[in-house]
Design a protein around this ligand. Structure first.
Ligand code: ZN
Length: 690
């Protein structure tokens, strides 16, 4: 495509505070758009550096924040479309552009003239007159130059850049293999009896899928809602086994539909390249390198934290599994509890002990009621008014758009909501931003725009989407990230919002918000029965509360296995030669974390996106570390006996949600809580001994 004035690239077309024209963006726009903006940025940076040699905040740092902010906004749209509307053509364009983008990012951080300019600002008389956020940007930049190897020889810098580009490509390929392998597998069922136990909704979805493929009966697939319904409810053990086996071996040699998407060699390569990057910079391993920009500073701190939690949770996990095994034997005649029985038997135990059934619970959570309740909670806590916009351009029919106003009626931000699972969407739930808050030179602001993405079960044919309580939690969680991104009052994109904070603090606001899904006062606002519109009755509420602590020991031990695997692989990459070595480390961790023997074919590591492609490398522990902070913070609300305590909520807004990464996160936490986070909050919340 050739760019000219009549043929404006939709990726670059919108003016300040106009929304992107998603429906017009196609694979062919990616490369030219990126070329235009990279060329523009390179020229602008050259000019900034050449115009003067007396560098200041005004003539260098701020303009650079804007240039980089604009680029990231465009790039974010490209990555977003690759993740939510993944077609082979778009993915190809994305992969190619990724190389360009990654190459540019390193080039900026290897620009010696720019580095010297930042140093001169840090040493100038002006520096002491800068605001705290401005100083933080200069500090972060100097740190990042070093972490990208500015002090290395030219030859080593070249190696660093090549490795960075390679890494971006490998990570993207890792993700793509999972998506493609999942698409390649399905199970066709013609005998209705074999689907006994499956909720009507999942059954309808499987039937629709069969119809789509021109088949009779039902087709089971590996999207998360389908997988989870099968694991929890399907009576037929053989089919549970088959679905489990396919899901847990995606993108591996053991995958039943073929090994052409095997991530095995990629995992080794990714770990090796990351390790080499860290070593180039003089760090002993990649974990140590990553901790340079985290709240927890030493690898020993992270390991101690994880082992401490494991020590305290293991016993509870063992007790829970013992009771579960006994129940399986006595009530379901299952002599041996296999991994594909775990969720199914847990669900049965839950129904027996608490007489709670997800399907009944679900009828209290129509998606619109949940959203209305979530917005009402945001209003009571933070004084927000959230209004839906109906006339706007979207990338899919299901997408919705909202505007967020504060109590002074200022528009603070907007967010898209794309929460239902789709064939061409990456799995999981996440938040990204297509517009970051940014102060421009003319004094105008760019209003932040976030995108909340999830893979919840699709509405039934009647069009009413009923959510499971777990799905409600997912929405609250991602909305917490969303508030962190759009309520920011920081003017500069590199430290504005959630993405400006240390990676191991990023989950804090999102996890904090989840707490309101468990409170009576919160549930009164988010639950509304689909027929009589009644809120969740007391009896069901009592059962739901019991569910909160159900198998908490097991789930914590499970999370610890992920965190330990991720952290150890990044510390021990030097010793890895083949994927069998990864398996060895995993088996070793399992000797302390496995509560029942793992299936020998299990290769979940091959689809562990957080670790290999999702930015949580040597950082999966962040979920647990943020959980410490979120429970500690929530205790403050509880202590005042008011889950809607306005004083505390306001302090959370001003110290955490608005401040982004304008200070070290520990300082922000202390500002909010009055002291550093205490681990006992997590232990208390999980009912573990202190
Ligand atoms: Zn999160």
């Amino acid at each position: 495509m050739v760019l000219n004035s009549e043929n404006i690239n939709p990726l670059l077309a919108s003016k300040l505070n106009e929304l992107p024209i998603f429906s017009k963006i196609d694979s062919e726009h990616v490369k030219p758009a990126l070329e235009v903006i990279l060329q523009k940025n390179r020229a602008a940076l050259k000019q900034l550096l050449e115009r003067t040699d007396n560098y200041t905040w005004e003539n260098l740092v701020w303009p650079l924040e804007i240039l980089e902010g604009e680029l990231n906004d465009v790039w974010s749209i490209v990555s977003h479309l690759n993740a939510v509307k993944n077609t082979p053509a778009f993915n190809l364009a994305y992969q190619a552009a990724l190389t360009q983008f990654s190459s540019y990012s390193t080039e900026i951080k290897h620009n010696e003239k720019l580095y010297k300019a930042f140093q001169s600002i840090a040493n100038s008389a002006e520096y002491s007159t800068l605001t705290e956020p401005q100083k933080k940007i200069v500090e972060n930049s100097l740190r990042n130059f070093k972490l990208f190897g500015i002090n290395l020889s030219l030859e080593k810098r070249k190696q660093f850049k090549e490795k960075k580009i390679l890494l971006a490509e490998l990570e993207s390929k890792f993700e793509q293999n999972i998506l493609e392998s999942a698409h390649a597998w399905f199970l066709h069922i013609t005998d209705r009896e074999k689907l006994n136990g499956l909720p009507v909704k999942a059954l309808n979805a499987a039937h629709a899928e069969a119809k789509n493929r021109g088949k009779l009966g039902w087709v089971l697939r590996l999207d998360y809602p389908a997988y989870s319904a099968i694991m929890n409810y399907l009576e037929d053990r053989e089919i549970r086994y088959e679905v489990y086996k396919a899901y847990i071996t995606r993108a591996s040699k053991n995958f039943p539909a073929g090994d052409q998407w095997d991530n095995g060699p990629l995992m080794i390569e990714i770990l090796k390249v990351r390790h080499a990057l860290a070593q180039l910079l003089g760090f002993s391993n990649f974990a140590e390198y990553e901790l340079q920009t985290r709240m927890l500073k030493k690898t020993s701190e992270v390991k101690d934290f994880l082992f401490n939690l494991l020590d305290r949770s293991r016993k509870k996990g063992e007790e829970e599994i013992k009771a579960l095994k006994q129940f399986a034997k006595e009530e379901l005649s299952l002599e041996e509890l296999k991994p594909w029985d775990l969720l199914f038997v847990s669900e049965k135990l839950l129904q027996k002990n608490h007489e709670i059934d997800e399907e009944t619970l679900r009828s209290y959570f129509p998606v619109d009621a949940v959203l209305e309740g979530l917005f009402a909670i945001s209003k009571r806590l933070f004084g927000l008014q959230i209004k839906e916009i109906t006339d706007f351009d979207k990338w899919d029919e299901d997408v919705r758009l909202f505007e967020v106003f504060d109590n002074k009626e200022n528009l603070r931000g907007k967010f898209y909501l794309d929460i239902f699972t789709r064939y061409e969407k990456h799995g999981g739930a996440w938040l990204s931003c297509c517009r970051q808050r940014m102060l421009l030179k003319d004094g105008k602001y760019q209003i932040p725009v976030a995108m909340v993405v999830a893979n919840l079960s699709k509405p039934s044919t009647q069009g009413l989407a009923l959510l499971t309580h777990q799905e409600v939690i997912t929405i609250f969680h991602e909305f917490g990230h969303c508030l962190h991104s759009i309520l920011t009052t920081v003017d500069y994109p590199s430290i504005a919002g959630g993405h400006g904070v240390e990676w191991d603090a990023i989950e804090f606001p999102s996890q904090l918000l989840e707490n309101w899904c468990w409170e009576r006062e919160g549930l009164d606002l988010i639950s509304r029965h689909l027929k009589d519109h009644a809120p969740l009755p007391d009896e069901l509420y009592g059962k739901l509360k019991a569910l909160k602590h159900f198998h908490q020991g097991m789930s914590l031990v499970h999370q610890l296995e992920f965190a330990l695997l991720d952290f150890r692989l990044h510390m021990e990459a030097e010793t890895l030669e083949t994927e069998a070595d990864i398996q060895k480390i995993l088996d070793n961790i399992r000797s302390t974390t496995a509560l029942i023997p793992a299936a020998p074919f299990n290769r979940y590591q091959n689809s562990f996106t957080h670790m290999f492609s999702g930015g949580y490398s040597a950082g999966y522990y962040s979920y647990l570390w943020s959980e410490v902070m979120s429970f500690d913070a929530y205790r403050l609300f509880k202590k005042r006996k008011l889950v809607f305590d306005e004083v505390i909520a306001k302090r959370f807004l001003s110290s955490i949600l608005e401040t982004g990464g304008s200070k070290d996160f520990l300082d922000l936490f202390i500002e909010f809580r009055g002291r550093a986070p205490k681990i006992d909050a997590l232990l208390e919340a999980f009912g573990l001994e202190n």
